[in-house]
Design a binder for this molecule. Structure first.
Ligand code: SF4
Length: 422
C-alpha cells in the first residue's frame, strides 16, 4: 500500500519518526555520515500536509518524549542489514507503546523487505524512496525537516541510483536511476554534503557544478563534499569536471579504486586530473574496499602505490548486506580494540580470498599509519611517538627525518613506503 493511502486511511494528524538506537557514539549522531536524512525528508513532507511531527533519535527519548504525544502513525528508519536487530527493538517498543501502524523504510527494509516485515513485526515496509517525498524541491518545505536537528550543513542528492553493478554494492536494488537537471532551488545552507552514489554519472553534472560555482561566487555556499568516491572512469572521459569540482568548492575528493593493482595507471591518470585542477595530493584519497575479493597482499600493493602518489586512503571493510551471505548479513561485531583478535563467529571474514582476522587488523593499521604520515608530511609512523611514550626531544628531533634515519632512534618506526608482509 502506498504511504499516502496509509495516511488517509488512518486519518493521520500526528506522526512519530524513529531512528533506532544504532551503535553510533552519541557525539557522532549529528555527523554528516549518520544524519537520518530519509526521516528528515519525510518530516518535511508530512509538515507540508499539516501533519504534526516528532523525531526521536534515542530509545531513552522514545520513552521520555512521547509521554504527551500520541501518534497516528510511526515511521522507523533502517540502515545496514547487520543492524537490523536495532530496528526490531525500536518496532517492538513502538508496538508495545502505541496501537498505530508502523512503517519501516531505509536500506535494510529496501534490500530485504520480506525479512524486515517478518523479523521486525512492522505493519508496512517501504521499499526504496517515497515518490511524494522525493518530489519536494522547494527550500521552504525542505528546510522544515532540518528544524528537527541541530546541524550546520545540508544533505543533497543530484541523482539517485547508479548505472553500474559493482559486486559488493546493493544500490541498484534500492534506487531507480534518476538525474536532476538543477539543484539550486533546493539549497538553504552554506555547507553541502552530497549523498549521491555516483554524482559524476549525473548527465547534467556540468550544469549542476556551474550552479554551485555561481553560488560559491555569491558566497551563498562555502564548500561541498561528496560522501561517495568519484567515479574516475567518468573523470577520464570528461577531465574538465576536475576543474569544475574544485571551483565548486568540493573538498577532500575521493577516487574509487575497487579494482585490482593492474588498474594503477588508470587511477594515476584520474588523480592527475584532480591535481591539475588544483587539489594537493595530500587532500585526495583513494577509496578502497578490503576484506573482499582482492587479497591482503594485493591491497597492500595498492596502498604502496597510493603512498608513491602522496594520497590518503579511505578504506571500507566489506560486510555482507544480503542473503547471498545469509549467515553473516545480520551481525557485525568487529571490535578494533580486541587485542587478542576475533574470529568469523564475531564478524565476516572473506576467507575465500585469504583474509584472516590478523590480516584485516594489519591492513587497517597500515592504512591508519599511512594516512597519518600523509597528513603530517612525515616519512615514518611511530605509535610510541603518537602516544608520547618516547622522550620529547627525540620525537621532536627526528619528527621529519627519513625512515632510514628515524629507525635508528625510534624502535617502532614504521615505513609507509614499503610492502608490509602479513
Ligand atoms: S559505482 Fe558505486 S554506487 Fe555504483 S554500483 Fe559501483 S559501488 Fe555501487
Amino acid at each position: 500500500m502506498q504511504i499516502t493511502s496509509i495516511l488517509k486511511k488512518n486519518k493521520v494528524k500526528k506522526a512519530l519518526l524513529v531512528e533506532p538506537k544504532f551503535p553510533i557514539a552519541n557525539k557522532s549522531r549529528n555527523h554528516q555520515d549518520f544524519l537520518p536524512i530519509g526521516l528528515l525528508k519525510i518530516a518535511a513532507w508530512l509538515k507540508s500536509l499539516n501533519i504534526e511531527v516528532k523525531l526521536i533519535r534515542f530509545d531513552e527519548d522514545l520513552i521520555k518524549e512521547t509521554v504527551d504525544f500520541n501518534p497516528d502513525i510511526i515511521f522507523v528508519t533502517s540502515l545496514f542489514t547487520y543492524w537490523s536487530k536495532y530496528v526490531k527493538e525500536a518496532v517492538e517498543y513502538c508496538k508495545n507503546s502505541f496501537n498505530v501502524p508502523i512503517v519501516v523504510g531505509g536500506i535494510y527494509a529496501s534490500l530485504m523487505p520480506d525479512h524486515c516485515k517478518k523479523y521486525t513485526g512492522c505493519d508496512y515496509v517501504q521499499k526504496g524512496i517515497i515518490p511524494e517525498v522525493e518530489k519536494i524541491r522547494d527550500v521552504d518545505t525542505l528546510s522544515k525537516g532540518y528544524d528537527l536537528v541541530d546541524v550546520d550543513y545540508q544533505i543533497l542528492h543530484t541523482s539517485r541510483g547508479c548505472k553500474r553493478r559493482c559486486k559488493a554494492c546493493g544500490v541498484y536494488c534500492i534506487e531507480q536511476v534518476h538525474h536532476k537537471k538543477t539543484i539550486k532551488k533546493e539549497i538553504f545552507k552554506k555547507r553541502l554534503i552530497f549523498y549521491d552514489n555516483n554524482i559524476l554519472q549525473n548527465r547534467y553534472i556540468k550544469n549542476i557544478l556551474n550552479e554551485l560555482i555561481e553560488l560559491k561566487k555569491q558566497r551563498k555556499i562555502s564548500y561541498c563534499e561528496s560522501q561517495s568516491g568519484f567515479d574516475g572512469r567518468i573523470l577520464l572521459k570528461k577531465p574538465f569536471l576536475g576543474k569544475l569540482l574544485k571551483e565548486a568548492g568540493f573538498k577532500n575528493p575521493k577516487i574509487a579504486w575497487d579494482g585490482p593493482i593492474t588498474h594503477k595507471n588508470q587511477i594515476e591518470k584520474q588523480l592527475k586530473i584532480l591535481t591539475d585542477a588544483g587539489y594537493k595530493a595530500s587532500e585526495i584519497s583513494v577509496f578502497v574496499l578490503y576484506n573482499f575479493e582482492i587479497p591482503y597482499e594485493e591491497m597492500e600493493e595498492k596502498r604502496v602505490e597510493a603512498w608513491k602518489w602522496g594520497v590518503q586512503i579511505t578504506d571500507c571493510r566489506f560486510r555482507p548486506l544480503d542473503r547471498s551471505y545469509e549467515e553473516y548479513c545480520f551481525f557485525d561485531n568487529y571490535n578494533p580494540q580486541k587485542r587478542n583478535g576475533q574470529t568469523d563467529k564475531d564478524y565476516y571474514i572473506h576467507k575465500a580470498s585469504g583474509w584472516t582476522d590478523s590480516k584485516i587488523r594489519l591492513f587497517r593499521r597500515n592504512i591508519r599509519s599511512h594516512n597519518i604520515c600523509i597528513r603530517l608530511g612525515t616519512k615514518f609512523y611511530s605509535a610510541a611517538a603518537e602516544r608520547k611514550r618516547i622522550p620529547f626531544e627525540i620525537a621532536k628531533k627526528y619528527r621529519m627525518a627519513e625512515y632510514e634515519t628515524a629507525k635508528n632512534h625510534i624502535n617502532d618506526a614504521w615505513d609507509p613506503a614499503v610492502f608490509h608482509k602479513a
